[in-house]
Design a protein around this ligand. Sequence first.
Ligand code: PEP
Ligand code: MG
Length: 763
Amino acid sequence: MIDKLLNILKDISEIIAENNDCNQALTEIVNLLAKDLDVNVCSIYVHNKQNNTLVLSASFGLKDISNISMNVGEGLTGTSFETRKILNINEPKKHPKFKFFKNSGEKLFKSYLAVPLSVGGVCVGIIVIQRENAEKFDNYTTDMVKSLSTQLGNLILNTQIIKELSEKSTKPKNIVKEGLSLNVRGIPANNGIAKGKAYIFESRNYFKEIYHQTHSDVKKELDIFDKAIKLSIQKTLDLENKALSLISEADASIFNVHLLFLEDKSLINTIKKEISENDHSIEFSIKIAYNEYKKRFKKLKDSSFRDKIMDIKDTLLRLVESTKEIRFGSNNPLLHLTNIVSPRILIAAELLPSDLIRMPIDNIAGIICEKGGITAHVAILAKALDIPALLGVKNITQNVKKYDEVLLDCFTGLAYIRPDKTIKDEFKEMTIGRPLAGNIDLTPAITTDGIRINLRGNVSLVCEIDKLKEYGAEGIGLYRTEFLYMIRDHLPSEQEQINVYSKILQSSGGEPVTLRVLDCGSDKPIPYFSSIKEDNPALGNRGTRLLLSNEDMFITHLRAILRAGVYGNLKLNFPMISSLQELQYIKLILKKVEEQLHEENIEHSENYEIGIMVEVPSVALSLDKFLPHIDFISIGTNDLLQYLYAADRGNDSVSQLSEFFEPFFLKILFDMGHTMKKYPNKSISICGEIASNANAIPFLIGAGIYDLSITLKLIPNIKKTIKLFSVEECENIIKKAIQMQSASEVKQFIEQIVQDKNNKKIQ
Ligand code: PEP
Ligand code: MG
């Protein structure tokens, strides 16, 4: 008994820990106890001190519990509570104190056990269990319930305390003064600027609203369930088609996994079993299955796998919707997600992939969401739909009210809620700097002394290629292949990869396309591929290192790239190179791939260029060693800075230490440019985020970097700055800055110069 008791207590503790909502916790506990004690009914009544009644707060087995309450002393339960005595009786309806509650279904049960729940001498409620057979409960079960009673009493006590606390904690929400501004920070999932009134999106969590319900016709219920599955499959296919028209990388992958869940025998049978064996309604059975899967997923070691519970939730919510639709027709209010008629900033606790797909996209100006990071499906969708999005913003739903004004700057990762006049004015200035579509300067970026600077685009998704022309990008300077891998649950096949890469290569009308081979690991996790836990993933098996240790997968990837290479001007770029040996090994594998394709008589690119990302100090400081073996280098300042300053780029508290404007870093940049002069046939470019910063431009040109790959939307802005300077001026600027003492000195210096130049131009 002790073992079983301990297990039940452990499960109860887990339920309490996992549920903020106490009623929900009580419901889960009665379900658990009914199963573990093998009883037909398990109910918990809570004592309401104000009117001295017992309120049925959760029940497994009783129907229509919403209005059941009784006075203390009334019926068997009220008597047990009043006398603080355990009642263990058979045939309860023959007992003189028996009171029948209409529609509860209680008549059926022939044995009855009530145990008062006391904590520290105070009785706070009562637990009642019932069975269909007409026998008193044995000592084993009675002792078990008695042993659990203190824990349950404590929960009820806490429930009341929490209720009081939560009533108190909601008060500040209402006293948020009108006009009190608030700035919040998050992870930009898609950059851009947006402003608008807040729309608070109620995350779909019907599970909270589904309470215990039974049915009286198994056949009918199972029939509805079968229809609901079919309808859900159809809805999922529709969503899949819509997603596919938006994101080529997705293929069928986001919603494919939802289809797999809908066809998963174990999941479907779990639900069917609840319907047929326990007479639970479909909705309640789905909820039980969801809770069970949630528990299983929580136990998974890898957080990215654990995150997949969002996909199960999305699928099962769709199944609940379909059930309602079949039961009540399409007028069910749950089916109408939102009706946003003017551009709004969507504020949400959680956005599931299908939420976004089903939104009136044209009226979503921006997104701020509590959950999610850059690898979440919703982040990828926001990028594909080109909606500025800020994710991982804690408690945002509690701090914003409907119609609050919101300014969103996803370039800096900041949102301003109820901004004051100063912020509004600053924001206006910032947006003025960004030319609107239609006003974009499409002439080449040429310095005042006639040197052409190439401005290429940083691209992650096929849908972005339409914008290359719009913003005047000359080809693609960095195509990140990661998203193709991140968006699915399995490695993409050679053909799936070819389909996507060929679109990318075709897009740039003969301009070069620098395609970076898969750079996964660390800040770009692909859980199904790199699941080994490392203490220091940023210093671990990531980027090219990981590919070299997975040769088969590397070969498939390279075959797809070379085969797609025939569609355009391919430059092949390898990330996270740290030694010459790695480069030599890559070249051997490339040779092997070419030979394979040749032997198989498969068309592939034979005149592509090979380059490396300069992201690791060991490469930045010894370019001479690498250059004879490659055609180009591309400086990845995002990583190079993190490794040079030993400051994690994703860690807010240290990331500001890795300062581009430090004289020391400018010297490294200058030296690299200087080294490149010895290799006139090799090119140097930069694709780190710093190239999208106008104040960095004079330093990059001054270091001899004339090829910049940047965020598409910022190309016009950067072009404007380039056109203000001569190369000679830039060289002098960087030489002066290298002599300075600190990044702040350099920043002040360059800000003044850029500002003076802009002012002069206006005059
Ligand atoms: C970089 O490190 O600068 C870079 C462009 O690569 P990523 O940001 O994708 O790591
Ligand atoms: Mg990098």
